[in-house]
Design a protein around this ligand. Sequence first.
Ligand code: 13P
Length: 247
Amino acid sequence: MPRQFFVGGNFKMNGTIKSITDIINNLNNAKLDPNVEVVVAPSSLYLLLVREHLRKEIEVAAQNVYDKPNGAFTGEISVEQLKSSGINWTLLGHSERRVILQEDDKFVASKTKAALDGDVSVILCCGESLEQREAGKTIEVVNNQLKAVAAEIKDWSKIVIAYEPIWAIGTGKVATTEQAQEVHAAIREWLKKDVSPEVADKTRIIYGGSVSEKNCKELAKQPDVDGFLVGGASLKPAFVDIINANQ
Ligand code: 13P
């Protein structure tokens, strides 16, 4: 079975009710490749708005979730709260949270476990900094991020892995097709060895970092690139062209 192409839109801390409504309307009226799984992640404040008005074949993701079920955790959101709002996905481990909010591999792994235990699927982000790449540590860094998760969970069927090199995020400096393919293949190899050949075969590994309507087609041709996690361009009408990259 080929892996279904997957395109995520990470709105990050962008948008207001007006502009998010424009994005919803644009997606609702667009002709989208029916073979592509699409998930969008607005700010938590707009999750309900998006879930209510967006066409139902597009799933909605939170950008983060906490690993405790409830209680005195000011500002956090639980898995149960997501589920009760019709939200079946969350991003976890985005580099902006790892770097700016100082989330470590263990915390990301614990949140991944909590999400899966509560039947919320996870777009699990990993990726190296420019310094780490230049030191030849890309594969080691990415593998360590994923190993922390593998220590907590057994079932990978509700995980999509997003490889997002930090130096490519929001910079316009997209990874070359070779750079993306090399890391994706290494992640798949690691899955094969450390998890199982079946999981390696089935798990979608998507690329994020300056994906645009211009570079998506070439990236999509790589054998181990199973889709994209799109930041800036997911706020624009061109997001539709990225969803339809294979057409
Ligand atoms: P950009 O597409 O804006 O580079 O962001 C990528 C990203 O971080 C998606 O999660």
